[in-house]
Design a protein around this ligand. Structure first.
Ligand SMILES: [Zn+2]
Length: 343
């Protein structure tokens, strides 16, 4: 699996970054003359200039550049006891994560983006089934464990954070302070990202403790659901839910926890006790069998149970069967994920 770490680098690279723009501009307008010799006069170290030349020379869509990251390939990077050494820039970056190989490092004004290949441990032998409903009404995630019947809720704070920043943004917009609005937006996404890291970490520790396999629903298309657009789950940007899902997935893979996905079609409509289609009324789920539960908890249990039990629809059709061919194993391929690592 490939992970990318974002690390503050503490070095003034403004000269090199300016030269990088010149190299990129050359590459964009001289696609037939992409030789290092032709850009030697610009004065950027060839190991870096080559990367930029290739990147922008092959890209036919980009017509102009505003900022260009310095890209250092594996050959230009040395690593020794917790320190990355980029000799061409005389740059040292403390780095204490375990990895197999450093693929490349990109640098901008403030940060180094260190892309590493890490080994995935073998999948653990699971004993329980864990359903995670990320598409919830008041929390970021509701987690249910089929075997113990226990429910765990994560991320109550997100609703408060979102409301707080929304009102700040509104106020600034009214006063025409658009630059500050953007700053505030960036700050909010940093806070949400940090929260998502904490939540996913807690969920994975729980999964490790319970030796559980994780089942989630695919989050694509939730914006199309007009019915619940006004509720919290649509109020909070859906990107934060898909970010949380990605974090849960890659942390699970790193811990040897299997992850599967299912279509969201029935997880919120069916009763987690008897399996028939019930009634969902905003936060509550009600079934003819008498079962009444918080809708998110009901959905989380459906997800936890889907992996083994056969649940009947009212028409007598098994929705598990209907869904089984669309159920997918989480991609084991490399997942590029940005993990902030503030130093
Ligand atoms: Zn029921």
């Amino acid at each position: 699996m490939i992970l990318t770490y974002k690390i503050k680098h503490q070095k003034d690279l403004s000269r090199e970054l300016d030269l990088a723009i010149k190299v990129a501009e050359y590459a964009i307008s001289n696609k037939d003359k992409l030789s290092t010799k032709n850009i030697a006069h610009i004065g950027l170290k060839s190991v870096i200039a080559n990367q930029i030349l290739r990147k922008y020379g092959r890209n036919w869509k980009v017509k102009a550049v505003k900022s260009v990251k310095l890209a250092i390939p594996n050959q230009g990077i040395k690593y020794q006891t917790g320190i990355i050494n980029i000799s061409s820039l005389k740059l040292f970056i403390p780095f204490n994560k375990s990895f197999q190989k450093i693929n490349q490092i990109e640098l901008d004004k403030l940060f180094a983006y260190v892309s590493v290949t890490v080994s995935e441990p073998p999948t653990i032998k699971t004993k329980t089934h864990i359903g995670i409903d990320l598409n919830t009404t008041g929390h970021c995630a509701v987690v249910a464990i089929k075997e113990t019947g226990k429910v765990y809720k994560f991320g109550k704070k997100a609703e408060y954070i979102h409301k707080k920043y929304k009102s700040i943004r509104k106020d600034l917009q009214k006063r025409g302070l658009y630059k500050i609005v953007k700053k505030i937006k960036n700050r909010e996404s940093r806070i949400v990202r940090d929260l998502n890291h904490k939540i996913s970490k807690s969920i994975i520790s729980l999964a490790v403790k319970e030796k559980g396999c994780i089942q989630m629903e695919k989050l694509q298309g939730i914006r199309d659901n007009k019915k619940h657009r006004k509720s919290f789950k649509y109020a909070l940007n859906s990107w934060s839910f898909s970010q949380l899902q990605k974090f849960v997935e890659y942390k699970a893979l790193l811990a040897g926890i299997p992850v599967t996905y299912c279509e969201p079609a029935y997880t919120s409509k069916c009763c987690s006790k008897c399996g028939t289609v019930g009634e969902r009324n905003d936060k509550y789920f009600k079934c003819l069998c008498g079962h009444v539960e918080h809708a998110d908890v009901n959905a989380a249990f459906n997800l936890a149970k889907m992996s083994t039990s056969i649940v009947q629809l009212q028409e007598g059709k098994s929705f598990l069967q209907a869904e089984s061919d669309t159920r997918q194993k989480a991609t084991q391929r490399s997942t590029a994920t940005l993990e902030p690592h503030w130093l």
